[in-house]
Design a protein. Sequence first.
Length: 692
Amino acid sequence: MLDAVFKPRGVAVIGASSKELHIGNRVIRNLVDFGFTGGIYPINPKADEIRGLKAYKSLLDVPGDVDVAHMVIPAKFVPMAMEDCGKKGVQHVIINSGGFSETGPEGEKIEKAFLEVAAKYGIRVFGPNCQGVINTDPAYRAYCNFTFTFPGPGAISIVALSGGVAEVIHQGFAAAGVGTRIYASNGNACDVSIPEIIDYLAGDEGTRVIVTYVEGLREPAAFLEAVTNAAARKPVLAMKAGRTAEGAKAAASHTGGLAKEDLATDLIFDRAGALTFTDEGEMIQAAIAFASQPLPKGSRVGLITNTGGPAVIATDILVGAGLTLPPLSDATQARLKETLFPEASVKNPVDVLATGTAEHYRACMDAMMEDDAFDAVLVHFVTPFFVDTDSIAREIAEVNRQRKKPLVCNLMTDRKQWTETVGILKEAEVPFFALPGEAARAMASLVRYHKIQSRPAGEIQTFTEIRAEKARGILENAQAAGRNQLAAEEVYRILDAYGFPTASWRTADDPDAAAKAAEEIGFPVVLKADAASVLHKSDMGGVAVNLADADAVREAAERMQSNIDADDLRFFVQAFVPDGLEVILGAKSEPGLGHLLMFGLGGIFVEVLKDVVFRLTPVTDAEAGRMLEDITGAPLLEGVRGQKGVDRAALASLIQRLSRLVSDLPEIAEMDLNPVKALSDRVVVVDARIAL
Ligand code: ADP
Ligand code: MG
């Protein structure tokens, strides 16, 4: 339980300092200035008092209970100080000092040493090399942290490994005049982990929104579980760094190459139902909207404005994000016509005109709040000098207090001059932003969360006629022989065992045998070179398609024999599948998580368009369906310009079959089915590769 670190009654600072610019001084100052409700105990063997507080020579001299002890001392003294903490009954230690595992093996040793002591006494450690925590709850007002932004009480909690980013987010809320609830930045996270903190925040009643920032995950499975649980209870807004640096080096038809290095984090967020962001400003603004607004029940937005252009900008952004702007019903239009100026426009957006009054705004907001055609309301509000803007703000505030539907405001003003107007909105917790785009994107985030929450999870399809043991035997054989790439025959036998629809095939040792195999399959056929060194067959002249007779097969095989320099060269003969859209399915092992599954347009499209999407295994039927919808080329699957669509149900099933295969056989490091020919009534795998 993390209660003690977030709700301490007594805090000691080991390494308290009289020097103003020292962390051991700043933490004490922050506790005092923020109004910490518990006891503050500076520990310093040489000083009698620090910042006006009595200092103690040793932690063991402190008269009161100490729940949290900060350590602001050189790393080498930490294990010893931890002993004192154990004897004193300290529950949590926040180690602000650095010099541990982040510096190398020496520091790692010290980290291990103090962890052993902590374990002996049941002490939980926060950090080291971290900022610490803040809890704005008036009952505690615990500022166990050395930063300098003093937040007001609020409903947004922040958790991040990186103190720098946590502070940026924190400052963003403070600058917007929005309070926060709990702040946690745990640096090296040697003990108390991010998933644990997220779990805590999920259960914290005062936290309405969780904002988190990560840079790759150490415990992906625990993280997935924590975020899944939290996101089911409250919005989790998440961001991770290092996207572009990892950029996709798309090696053709390699799932591994197409998957960005840290793609798994995004997939975890997606699976867990968190809302992801690529821009910290956008995440901060969305959090402000989530903190005070009810969640929308759909994506239909009503816009009200007293100036034209900004509403147009917002409209573009909303529509681009998949939201809709339904027209006002005839009845509502008629009602507004009676109230608004005759020149006002009662379409959506409703333009009350610059001279529009508080009464006008109110009539529009009421109409949209009451009309079932709208799920949310976006108010644009420029503050002209010739209208009573305070009254307009009061009406917006009043409607916002009713919490009927989410309301977001784009407030275009000079905040220094219109202090009263701004103050009214702030006081009422209206989320207002200075740009139409910011307001629109915050609104889009509210709706995006609604969509995530209402998407069906689906079920994992069970396949009955699977011969898992047979497939496992084939794998183990290859492993025993020390081979990482499976031969074509092994790959296709595994696919057969798992019921994948493949084009009929035979293997052959020489050109004559290939010709004979082709006759058995029936023409036309495809001939492929099969050798350990041949990864991309067509690049090496190892694929001959649409061969019409035995002579053509023999000739093609002889050509491959003379062109391809491989002692183990064999032939793979396969029925030719003339038509169909080429798609790719792939899987890549993700240690600690299972596999990433990939689906997209195959063949040459893979290299050029990289139109692929990923999910984590196991993939449910609903998720497989969404994978088909999520590629840019989705209309190709449905059929365009008179072309027939492909058998999407069969494709979705193939995705799930692959999910099952790699879940059963976790030794598979990477696997591609490229291409799969998708036809109107079936799908056929015509090339496959498995690497262990
Ligand atoms: P590789 O990917 O190793 O170069 P493939 O087996 O994928 O080799 O063959 C290359 C291309 O040849 C495929 O992308 C596909 O367009 C075509 N092809 C391969 N096998 C068949 C087949 N059985 N029927 C029709 N076309 C095929
Ligand atoms: Mg291929």
